[in-house]
Design a binder for this molecule. Structure first.
Ligand SMILES: Cc1cc2nc3c(=O)[nH]c(=O)nc-3n(C[C@H](O)[C@H](O)[C@H](O)COP(=O)(O)OP(=O)(O)OC[C@H]3O[C@@H](n4cnc5c(N)ncnc54)[C@H](O)[C@@H]3O)c2cc1C
Length: 284
């Protein structure tokens, strides 16, 4: 199908984009890589009168070192994030997740911020950013505010970004030296996961000193598997110890039932994938 007619704006600064959003209100929609929005427009599930393209705003692109954090611009394409050496060194969990995100074409068009703003519960970037304790910088006409990942994901396809605001960058605290693994279970290659587990661990000798684990598609938003994290701390990185901790992966989760799997199946999957992810992260 062909989208309904809309006006197209391509501002070159965040301020101009915010002004356009304020002027057009509910009639406007932001477009980043368009990989999720364009299908929606083509199916006419949404018909904005104005589309505001962030693609010409250079300040929203790139990865930079900011002391104890790395900062990823919202308009940085997945492919750039996935091959960035700073991300690989300090937030390897994100590198691992991007490796499994969609196909090469979508990774070149889709953006880090667009995927997070879209907040698909099956999206691959929510769990790693949550596990790493990322902070989301959201700009409005009155200035910028910073929202922790735990408050950014509000519900299905809903985030803390207001209608008149733009996600500008994501600050990821450095986890240098931590092992990381993203274990994604799919029915069809290059697609969203039925369940996925993002695990990053700090190993001291043969012991797991700290673990951070995020779950994808185990509820309306990405989740932290805190019971597993607590159970792993101080344990040896052995199959038996990790298996016992991973048995708690679904504690507190409320996974969906759909054509890809019932809720109980997802609960079981989450324990298996958590064990695999933690062992791989600890071995890396
Ligand atoms: C066939 C296919 C397979 C895919 N497989 C996967 C997968 O396996 N895993 C996965 O995680 N994703 C997958 N995706 C989605 C992909 O990651 C998209 O890139 C992503 O969801 C949207 O990013 P985008 O930059 O294209 O955003 P857009 O589609 O342009 O925008 C998405 C939404 O976010 C809003 N938005 C975008 N940027 C901002 C911003 N800076 N501030 C405020 N609001 C903003 C837009 O208004 C829109 O509502 C797939 C997509 C397709 C088409």
């Amino acid at each position: 199908m062909i989208p309904a007619q809309f006006d197209y704006l391509a501002p070159t600064t965040v301020e101009d984009a915010l002004a356009a959003l304020a002027e057009h209100g509910d009639d406007a929609k932001i477009i980043a890589g368009g990989q999720s929005l364009l299908p929606v427009l083509r199916m006419r599930l949404n018909a904005p009168e104005v589309v505001i393209d962030l693609g010409k705003i250079a300040s929203l692109r790139g990865v930079r070192d900011d002391g104890d954090a790395i900062v990823i611009g919202a308009m940085t394409p997945h492919a750039v994030v996935g091959s960035d050496p700073l991300v690989a060194e300090h937030a390897a969990l994100i590198t691992k997740a991007v490796e499994h995100l969609a196909d090469a074409q979508i990774r070149h068009r889709g953006t880090f911020g667009g995927a997070l703003a879209h907040a698909d519960p099956a999206g691959d970037l929510g769990a790693p950013t949550l596990a790493l304790g990322a902070e989301f910088v959201i700009a409005g006409l009155g200035g910028s505010r910073t929202v922790p990942a735990a408050e950014f994901f509000v519900d299905l396809f809903e985030t803390a970004i207001g209608e008149d605001e733009i996600l500008t960058e994501v600050r990821v605290p450095k986890h240098t030296g931590w092992g990381a693994h993203y274990e994604k279970f799919v029915r069809v290659a290059h697609q969203w996961p039925i369940v996925a587990v993002a695990a990053t661990v700090r190993v001291d000798g043969a012991t797991i000193a700290e673990a951070r684990i995020g779950l994808t598609n185990m509820g309306n938003t990405p989740l932290r598997a805190r019971t597993v994290e607590d159970a792993l701390a101080g344990q040896p990185a052995t199959d038996a110890a990790v298996r016992a901790a991973a048995a708690h992966a679904a504690d507190g989760a409320n996974p969906p039932s759909d054509l890809n799997g019932a809720a109980d199946y997802r609960r079981h999957l989450s324990t298996v994938l958590t064990r695999r992810a933690v062992l791989a992260a600890a071995g890396g």
